[in-house]
Design a protein around this ligand. Structure first.
Ligand code: TPP
Ligand code: MG
Length: 790
């Protein structure tokens, strides 16, 4: 195991009672978490015979750390992201703390029961940060701490909680981790701890040599304080003996793989390995180990800091003193600690046998029939828990600030922006934000963010008005030295734009935590983010995370599609509409006109205030200016825009409508320009080409699905009455044709889906639209095909 760089000073002065109680509690937590998984897999009836699963070894690895944390450190205002596969440990602890009824312990991974991985929306016992996809929940703590600071700076003082992540060592392999760590120091966050569970094992294998030191250096390079929790008290005491440093040196020199294998060997084998290592100094080693029997030697090997309550408390106390930066506690542990599978390479999904469980139960003195017992009120441990919880409650530095979120917050239905004859949705987006900043109550809660693309996504005017957020004012040297710039980079604690480095994962995690500000910090925020549409997918897992966690936010993917012509194939998004449609909790809109966007954004912001049913919004926008065919909005038109689409060109009232060739063009976004042109040209040939402007394929699709599942009418029946379903149709968007092709299911006539299904390239709009068959000619050709079968 790699050499420690710096350790928390060893102080054995912590109250011995505290240690005794926590040790007893750790054993109970170990039992309950192990048994919870055992029960779910081997006792509870399992009608479909599929594996239930659970991770006893990963749980055992963090039992000591989590017991010390929850029973002796955590205050009500703190938030913890628990390593996903340690969820049974969390539930066992919440049960012992009286926050989860005993009856739930038998429901792990059952329908309606405790979730496999901690879920803030589905678990009943106060999970505030969901975890599951490793790396994301941990990184979310950074943006939670940032949100907390932002809320305090904008809405007044309140108790600052600590954001704590309990992370697996292999979890730190995820690329989003180094991406996120730097933001913590960029924003000077200090109420942030990461406790790294260094058991040197991942799912498949043993950590490569040198990895722990690399991880520690990564934290330090990113401005974090590293605290080492490597050796247990017994090891430390042994190091003090004459020649004791040889043990320390051996531990440090021993490779991860050998250390792990020796965790499964007996004391005699460990002794042999140590003597072999000490070649040249065997006499010292022999002397050192002379009075150590095999059992004690094994115990010494297992006595790592992350399982030693006194050492853990000491490390936490050291961490609590760090006030100017985030802290990483590097805790050495054993995967499967206290279980017969401890340290074994195969242990990730391994479960104890019935015989193992019986032996463990006997060893821990848990009577048969009392497997789920907690502590009776009179038990000294229960009393100690009560006492500690009272103390931790009282350690709140200030009384909580009352929420000042006005109820209801009213967002107007329009903000009256003015745009030129030809305008782009991205341009309109910037105008709408600026217009919103005139509405005091709404503006106060708006917060924007972007992964280094604020200017190129039209946030500049908003930023100039509202400023950049920084925890403390930073000098504006441009202003100081009289240099003019279009963008005024004023950084103060009152600023309302959070500028992130180029990392789309961070972007979505920031939206996730800003989008939970009301739930986590009692203040409603209206987060609006911008990202280049082709890079929506770059942070897709974090976007999914944000939606799954129930966060509420708006983001614009802009610019999008081939329409970004000169930027080339790497910047031209294709399938992002499908992302928007496929993701629950997020509604995808692709408006064509500024007036539509205005209506959608105002409604979307109002949605964010409905914390129960409101959904997030994904706006797919463009830099391509198109003629504003619609400018005035009426309530009825707004209803249709929000419902997903409306008839923009409607020939149905023509007296000869049914006698002429007829076709429907369903078009989205900038493609309305081509759709209307094709319709004009078709009319010269006596064809009635209706144009239906699809503002949200997502809304229409889900209306269709809901209606077909429930056999009830939907907006689609209104938009497309039965009589129109025998008319041939074309769908058209600057994106994947699948987005609208499903409309074919509604038609008894042919439907031709136009869209982009190959990578783009640089060129003019005309060239690219032509090559990908989404120009006016392509629409006309498709029209002939669906009408006349040619
Ligand atoms: C993004 C992601 N990829 C893969 C997994 C599957 N997985 C769950 S735990 C795990 C290994 C984690 O190892 P570590 O973080 O060291 O935790 P330990 O089990 O050792 O406690 C993997 C690969 C996952 N949950 N999330
Ligand atoms: Mg591990």
């Amino acid at each position: 195991m790699e050499n420690a760089i710096r350790s928390a000073p060893w102080s054995p002065t912590i109250d011995p009672d505290t240690i005794t109680y926590l040790e007893a509690l750790a054993q109970r937590v170990l039992w309950l978490s192990t048994y919870m998984i055992h029960y779910a897999n081997k006792v509870r009836p399992n009608p479909d015979g599929m594996k239930v699963g659970g991770h006893q070894a990963s749980c055992a690895s963090v039992v000591s750390l989590m017991t010390a944390l929850y029973f002796a450190m955590l205050r009500p205002q703190d938030h913890v992201a628990v390593k996903p596969h340690a969820s049974p440990v969390l539930h066992a602890i919440q049960y012992l703390l009286g926050r989860l009824p005993q009856s739930m312990l038998t429901t792990l991974r059952d329908f309606g029961g405790l979730q496999a991985y901690p879920s803030r929306t589905k678990d009943p016992d106060g999970v505030t940060i969901s975890t599951g996809s490793v790396g994301l929940g941990a990184a979310a703590t950074i943006f939670g701490a940032l949100t907390q600071r932002y809320v305090r700076d904008h809405f007044g003082p309140r108790p600052l909680g600590r954001y704590i992540a309990l992370v697996g060592d292999a979890e730190l392999d995820e690329g989003n981790i180094p991406e996120a760590l730097g933001e913590a120091s960029a924003y000077g966050l200090s109420d942030l701890w990461w406790i790294v569970d260094i058991n040197r094992q991942s799912l498949d294998h043993i950590a490569p040599e040198g990895q722990v030191v690399q991880i520690a250096r990564m934290f330090e390079a990113k401005g974090w304080e590293v605290i080492w929790l490597k050796y247990g008290s017994k090891q430390r005491a042994f190091f003090e003996r004459p020649q004791g440093h040889w043990l320390q040196q051996w531990i440090d020199d021993c490779t991860n793989a050998e250390y792990q294998s020796l965790l499964n060997a007996d004391g005699a084998e460990i002794r042999r390995a140590m003597l072999e290592w000490s070649t040249g100094n065997e006499a010292d080693m022999v002397q050192l180990l002379a009075d150590v029997d095999d059992a004690t030697l094994k115990e010494l090997l297992m006595n790592l800091g992350g399982h030693d309550i006194a050492q853990i408390l000491q490390a936490f106390a050291t961490a609590a003193k760090v006030e100017d930066r985030p802290v990483a506690v590097m805790a050495y542990t054993i995967k499967g600690w206290g279980l017969p599978i401890a340290g074994h390479i195969d242990n990730h999904a391994a479960q104890l046998t019935q015989a193992h469980i019986v032996a463990m139960q006997e060893h821990l003195g848990i009577a048969v029939g009392h497997e789920w017992d907690g502590y009776a009120a009179a038990d000294p441990i229960a009393q100690w828990i009560q006492h500690m919880q009272r103390q931790l409650m009282q350690s709140q530095p200030q009384p909580p600030a009352p929420s000042v979120a006005p109820r209801p917050l009213h967002v107007p239905e329009t903000v009256g922006i003015r745009v030129p004859e030809r305008a782009s949705t991205q341009g309109a987006f910037g105008h709408i934000l600026v217009a919103l900043s005139d509405i005091k109550e709404v503006a106060a809660r708006l917060v924007t963010t972007s992964p280094d693309v604020a200017v190129s996504t039209n946030l500049a005017n908003w930023i100039n008005q509202r400023g950049i957020y920084a925890p403390a004012e930073r000098p504006n040297y441009w202003a100081k030295h009289g240099i003019t710039s279009l963008l005024q980079w004023r950084e103060t604690a009152a600023g309302q734009h959070i500028e992130l480095g180029i990392a789309e994962n961070n972007f979505y995690l920031a939206l996730a935590m800003l989008g939970l500000a009301e739930e986590l910090h009692g203040e409603l925020l209206l987060p609006v983010g911008t990202v280049y549409d082709p890079f929506v997918a770059r942070g897709l897992d974090a976007l999914t995370y944000a939606a799954y966690a129930g966060a509420k936010f708006i983001f614009a993917g802009t610019p999008s599609g081939l329409s970004l012509s000169r930027e080339g194939g790497a910047h031209q998004s294709i399938y992002t509409p499908l992302v928007g449609m496929g993701l629950p909790g997020v509604l995808y809109y692709e408006p064509a006109y500024a007036a539509e966007l205005e209506c959608i954004m105002c409604w979307g912001l109002q949605q964010l205030t409905d914390r129960q049913h409101g959904q997030s919004l994904y706006l797919r926008l463009s830099t391509r200016p198109i003629t504003q065919a619609v400018r005035h909005s009426t309530p009825e038109w707004r209803r249709q825009v929000l419902a997903g689409g409306y008839w923009l060109r409607d020939y149905r009232a023509q007296p000869d409508y049914t006698q002429r060739p007829r076709v429907h063009i369903f078009a989205a976004g900038v493609m309305l320009e081509e759709a209307l042109q094709a319709s004009d040209m078709a009319s010269e040939d006596g064809i009635y080409a209706n144009v239906i402007n699809v503002t949200s394929a997502d809304r229409l699709f889900h209306a269709y699905v809901a209606a077909s599942q429930q056999d009830t009418p939907s907006y689609l029946d209104e938009l497309l009455p039965a009589a129109e379903r025998c008319v041939p149709a074309i769908t058209l968007l600057d994106g994947h044709p699948l987005t609208l092709a499903w409309l074919g299911a509604l038609f008894s006539a042919p439907l031709k889906p136009l869209g982009v299904s190959h990578f783009g390239e640089t060129g003019s709009l005309r060239q690219l639209y032509h090559k990908h068959h989404i120009d006016t000619d392509a629409v006309l050709t498709a029209m002939v095909q669906v009408l006349f079968g040619k």
